[in-house]
Design a protein around this ligand. Structure first.
Ligand SMILES: Nc1ncnc2c1ncn2[C@@H]1O[C@H](COP(=O)(O)OP(=O)(O)OP(=O)(O)O)[C@@H](O)[C@H]1O
Ligand SMILES: [Mg+2]
Length: 368
């Protein structure tokens, strides 16, 4: 087909339809209206790989910009605070211009300090941000700082960021900090004894979305792109995603490709598309997630993959020939890593769709 595929199975790529996240988007929108003091203005988004953390940060950013707030978006790679500081400085110049200040002379605060804009003497970023926030507060606006992969932040940068945010929030300034990372990594970061303040931040644990929402979204996206597909086949495709966002895009993408010259999708090509999506999920998500784990973590997952569904810790301990206490340490680690989840008291299961099948298919390779 000559039309572009509407699905985007690529890390961080904005999907044609953001499925099942309306509640979180609304809360953030309300938080901006409420302003300083709203807990959602300091939020961690966590969840397993491919659940849609980066895409949510992007949507939060759009909401902020639509509401007239400034947005600084970055990823926690080295030099993060310097980059934020540079952006703040540029926004400050912009805002001083808007408020009628001149760029050659002296800007006065009315905030207790005076500074020449032309001077390149480094000023602590707290003062820069305070001045920027004071200007923005005058028109009920503010600043949103969005940081992806927050677990990669350096400890000293986290300490500084935490201290600055605590200061601004205590002063009721219009600032928001939204951060995203893997659950275990974020928990470790917060327990690292550096950020009591950030530990109390709002936390959104992103989960799989409802299959009925996926079905509605697939139906709409196929229809809008001019592709005809039977209702039963959309149902099949929606079920195959298990509500996992990355899989929504993979299934959509591979199924969509199977449309014939008349833009029709036959049942066989829908099934073939679903299988292609599953293969891609293995190489794109499962392989990467498993690579982050230790050998014992992987043995634990292999033992779980031998079982057909939710499994008790006692069963796993027996399979691994270890004490329950020993095994429970790995259970906790794997829950934090977003690989498994507690489904009922004492029972656990995989958190990522098709991971069980993937491990079964790749068991020999994984044991090596
Ligand atoms: N709510 C959603 N509805 C539909 N598709 C989504 C949704 N959220 C994310 N996606 C799609 O899922 C894929 C993964 O999203 P994203 O990269 O944001 O995940 P992530 O949690 O940041 O993953 P990682 O931990 O690997 O960085 C993308 O292709 C994106 O378009
Ligand atoms: Mg991401």
């Amino acid at each position: 087909m000559s039309r572009p595929n509407p699905f985007h199975p690529s890390a961080g790529a904005t999907p044609p339809l953001l499925v099942g996240r309306e509640g979180h988007l609304l809360s953030f929108q309300e938080a901006l209206v409420n302003g300083p003091g709203d807990p959602s203005l300091l939020t961690f988004l966590t969840g397993p790989r491919g659940i849609g953390k980066t895409v949510m940060l992007t949507h939060f950013g759009h909401i902020a910009q639509t509401a007239g707030w400034h947005l600084i978006e970055d990823t926690a790679t080295p030099g993060l605070l310097d980059r934020i500081s540079d952006r703040v400085e540029r926004l400050l110049v912009l805002e001083r211009g808007r408020t009628g200040g001149t760029f050659t002379g002296i800007t006065t605060g009315g905030f207790g300090f005076t500074r020449k804009v032309s001077d390149r003497i480094p000023v602590p970023w707290r003062e820069h941000i305070e001045e920027l926030l004071d200007i923005l507060a005058l028109r009920d606006s503010g600043l949103v700082i969005s940081i992806d992969e927050i677990h990669a932040i350096k400890k000293d940068e986290l300490i500084q960021l935490s201290a600055e945010m605590q200061h601004f929030i205590r002063q009721s300034r219009p600032i928001a900090l939204i951060m995203a990372g893997l659950p275990k990594a974020v928990t470790d970061l917060l327990n690292a004894d550096v950020s009591t303040f950030l530990r109390r931040a709002n936390r959104i644990e992103l989960e799989a979305v409802k299959i009925s929402d996926v079905e509605a979204a697939l139906t709409q996206t196929f229809a809008e792109s001019g592709v005809t597909i039977d209702a039963e086949d959309v149902h099949l495709a929606a079920q195959a995603t298990q509500g996992y966002p990355f899989m929504i895009q993979l299934v959509g993408y591979h199924v969509w490709r199977g449309a014939d010259q008349d833009s029709r999708l036959k049942h066989d090509s829908v099934v073939a598309g679903i299988n292609a999506a599953r293969l891609r999920l293995g190489s794109l998500v499962h392989e990467t997630s498993l690579a982050d784990l230790s050998g014992v973590d992987r043995s634990f997952l292999l033992a779980l993959a031998h079982e057909d569904g939710p499994t008790s810790l006692a069963t796993l301990a027996k399979a691994l020939d270890r004490e329950v206490n020993y095994v429970s340490v790995y259970r906790d680690r794997l829950i934090k890593a977003g690989m498994i989840e507690a489904v009922s008291y004492g029972h656990i299961d995989f958190a990522l769709p098709y991971l069980r099948d993937y491990l079964r298919e790749h068991a020999v390779y994984q044991i090596d």
